[in-house]
Design a protein around this ligand. Structure first.
Ligand code: NAG
Ligand code: NAG
Ligand code: NAG
Length: 132
């Protein structure tokens, strides 16, 4: 019987290694047009307007420039997003006038999604203070 144990040990070891390598995973680049990335960015910009943006005016997303994703008790998205300023005040309807402001900047958002808990959170928002 004893001769099977080395094999079992090896299986256990490789099992442990693969768990170790996946959890938490290293950040992986993901397509910027993926449904979940687009959704996470939409959420990030909305939360940014609600909680971080001290201006009277909302910002809108222009383009998702880069996205990476990491497995950490759910999924962590690291998003690089170009946003533009608008002339639309918070809680006013979003219409064509919202896009007529020229300023733009690139923000870094970190969004943590735990789908099975129905939880999504803007963990970090890093935006330069000045528009360019
Ligand atoms: C994302 O963009 C690539 C390249 O433009 C395209 O091939 C792919 O179908 C797009 N995926 C989605 C989900 O739109
Ligand atoms: C998109 O994000 C919202 C939160 O803004 C979340 O409730 C919803 O489940 C997400 N949908 C998908 C398809 O990921
Ligand atoms: C996206 O961001 C990652 C992590 O910051 C970086 O390694 C990668 O080069 C970026 N990709 C592009 C296309 O900018």
């Amino acid at each position: 019987m004893a001769y099977i144990w080395p094999k079992v040990g090896l299986l256990l070891l490789s099992g442990l290694l693969s768990v170790y390598c996946q959890n938490p995973g290293s950040p992986q680049p993901v397509p910027v047009n993926g449904t979940d990335v687009v959704n996470a960015s939409e959420f990030a910009v909305q939360e940014f307007n609600d909680k971080y943006n001290k201006d009277d005016y909302i910002v809108l997303q222009m383009e998702i420039l880069n996205a990476t994703q990491q497995v950490v008790s759910g999924l962590m998205y690291y998003l690089e997003v170009a946003i533009q300023c608008t002339y639309c005040k918070k809680r006013e309807p979003i219409n064509s006038a919202c896009t007529s402001c020229n300023g733009q900047k690139v923000c870094h958002f970190q969004v943590w999604e735990q789908a099975w808990l129905d939880s999504i959170e803007l963990v970090k928002a890093d935006c330069p203070s000045d528009w360019s």
